[in-house]
Write a protein that binds this ligand. Structure first.
Ligand code: SIN
Ligand code: FE2
Length: 212
């Protein structure tokens, strides 16, 4: 099955080894959103705490063999959902296929995602600049898929102080970063008020990684 390769999308190299695949996930958004809703019903969204005791403004859950967690002990991946003491829901085939094909489109063949972090942002929510560096294998890229209302993705460099490029992301857009840009700081600016016809005043982000 090749659901993603025959729809129009455009590819932009943001910086070396980081790509915006504009509208890449649009072709299959209905299936992806149905699968997303099923995951959220099995593993409800929750606001995690940072080590410093702050509540994160995005609500999160996971699917895949590993799920990303933050609490008073810090950031890490875990095989079980601490709220249910059950494994995270399986990564749906639609998610896997999207992530693997998007990675290949950006030049990263053989991506083997085992973790998908799901972030839900309401209007005003944001994510501060950070690096994705809890994964064992940083030779594999990060694939990030956006649904719902628009957001501004900020992509910087290897230090927090580096200037950031601001990339507007809309429903169906995919960003892939790896190689030289794999550890670049990135974040999401506070979301402005918008409404999406299916998802309401929310943005959902699926971030795929090879974590273990
Ligand atoms: C993240 O860095 O985990 C999320 C980025 C996004 O929401 O686009
Ligand atoms: Fe991140």
């Amino acid at each position: 099955m090749d659901l993603f390769n025959d729809m129009p999308f455009s590819k932009l190299e943001i910086v070396k080894d980081a790509y915006l695949l504009k509208a890449y996930a649009l072709a299959n958004d209905k299936v992806l959103i149905t699968d997303l809703e099923s995951i959220i019903s099995q593993a409800p969204l929750r606001h995690m705490m940072t080590k410093m005791g702050f509540t994160m403004s995005a609500a999160m859950t996971n699917c895949g063999t590993l799920g990303w967690l933050s609490d008073c002990k810090g950031y890490r991946y875990a095989v079980k959902n601490p709220l249910t003491d059950q494994p995270w829901p399986l990564m749906p085939a639609s998610f896997q296929q999207l992530a693997i094909l998007a990675a290949a489109e950006a030049g990263f063949n053989d991506f083997k995602p085992d973790a998908c972090l799901i972030n839900q942002y309401r209007v005003g929510a944001s994510m501060g600049l950070h690096q994705d560096k809890n994964e064992l294998d940083i030779h594999q890229p990060v694939v990030s898929v956006s649904f719902g209302i628009p957001a501004i993705f900020q992509l910087g460099g290897l230090t927090r102080a580096d200037k950031t490029i601001k990339i507007p992301l809309e429903h169906g857009d995919v960003v892939v970063w790896g190689g030289e840009s794999r550890l670049y700081f990135h974040g999401i600016a506070p979301l402005k008020m918008h409404t999406h016809p299916v998802l309401g005043a929310y943005r959902y982000n699926l971030t795929f990684r090879k974590a273990g």
